[in-house]
Design a protein around this ligand. Structure first.
Ligand SMILES: Cc1cc2nc3c(=O)[nH]c(=O)nc-3n(C[C@H](O)[C@H](O)[C@H](O)COP(=O)(O)OP(=O)(O)OC[C@H]3O[C@@H](n4cnc5c(N)ncnc54)[C@H](O)[C@@H]3O)c2cc1C
Length: 306
């Protein structure tokens, strides 16, 4: 299974394989059926319909895309994130915005990225919508943190994702905690060079919960972004111990992954949020969801046959 997952990660990045699937109407239809389990749809409008059907569940929306390589592409993505903010405001949605800085120009220039982020935050500020910056590969961590620290000076509803599996996060956490923006803790999804990150396991779980414990104890806004049932159970105990007010924390899951666990937490009265991605770049997203949990291949086959 693990070898298959690694192969799938590589296949996902193979442009020829991607073009073959996406340009073949029969394959496109099959793969899209499997992807629908994990995405809001191909458009913002599809996503809003899907999210609203979920019994007043708070949600976050991200327009999916790979690192933009031209200024024009990054400006177009920025316009789409602005459109998300407008629609949240106009439709009064219980929703936030999530984004990769590389989608709005980080790979081109930090100034371009900061300007684009500022434009999104300007629109978000009209109704105080939270904007959450994702964590990316380690080659981008320094730049992401720098841009976050600059941008939060002008918009305090800006949040940042930190990856618990990186050894450096211990220091980044101390620095970022000084800002008031929400800190989303994830385990970490990217492959890293040796020595930069720790593998899944008890040590990582302990470190993950250590960050959550500190954030809850210090009444700092946080997001417990995991599907790990054990961590969710331990975090519930920490919430009972520190008694944060509701806006201070949220359990967050990716749409299509262990959502039953999130809905149970919601029914128990905990703050929860569902993370939707949407757009036409769903092929890579689907491959990654299967690669990170290879048993999902059976789910995908089943979805294709429906
Ligand atoms: C809201 C949110 C935002 C995120 N943002 C980022 C980000 O900005 N940067 C980043 O690097 N990573 C991000 N991630 C991904 C994260 O780093 C992990 O890779 C991902 O959440 C899987 O780890 P886990 O905490 O669920 O625990 P794991 O130890 O990986 O999994 C624990 C259990 O959860 C279940 N599970 C996990 N994944 C799946 C799956 N795909 N399908 C079915 N079951 C599964 C399984 O039961 C598994 O045993 C985000 C995750 C979430 C929920």
């Amino acid at each position: 299974m693990q070898i298959g997952a690694q192969a799938l990660r590589k296949a996902a990045l193979n442009e020829d394989a991607k073009a073959y699937v996406l340009n073949n109407p029969a394959l496109f239809h099959l793969f899209k059926k499997a992807a629908d389990r994990y995405i809001g749809g191909e458009t913002l409008e599809d996503t809003v319909v899907k999210a609203r059907a979920l019994d007043n569940q708070k949600f976050s929306m991200e327009f999916m895309g790979e690192s933009t390589r031209t200024e024009q592409e990054s400006n177009m993505s920025t316009q789409e994130f602005i459109r998300i903010c407008e629609q949240i405001r106009i439709q009064d949605l219980n929703a936030t915005v999530s984004l990769d800085l590389s989608h709005i120009g980080l790979a081109i220039s930090e100034d371009l990225c900061l300007n684009n982020l500022q434009s999104i935050c300007d629109e978000a500020s009209k109704s105080n919508i939270e904007v959450i910056i994702s964590a990316e590969g380690t080659e981008r961590t320094d730049a992401i943190i720098e841009i976050y620290k600059k941008a939060i000076k002008n918009y305090d509803q800006l949040a940042l994702t930190l990856q618990a599996y990186l050894y450096r996060t211990k220091d980044d956490f101390e620095e970022i905690k000084k800002e008031t923006g929400r800190i989303r803790i994830v385990k970490g999804a990217f492959e890293t060079a040796e020595g930069l990150s720790m593998p899944r396991g008890e040590k990582l779980d302990e470190i993950y919960l250590g960050y959550i414990d500190q954030l809850l104890a210090q009444k700092h806004k946080c997001s417990i972004a995991t599907h790990d049932r054990k961590i969710q159970a331990q975090a519930r105990l920490l919430i009972q111990e520190h008694k944060p007010v509701k806006e201070m924390y949220e359990f967050e899951s990716l749409y299509g992954i262990c959502n039953d666990q999130l809905f149970v937490l919601k029914d128990q009265g905990y703050q929860t949020k569902l993370y939707f991605v949407y757009g036409k770049e769903w092929y890579l997203y689907l491959c990654n969801r299967i690669a990170e949990y290879p048993m999902n291949i059976f789910q995908a086959l089943n979805d294709m046959m429906q």
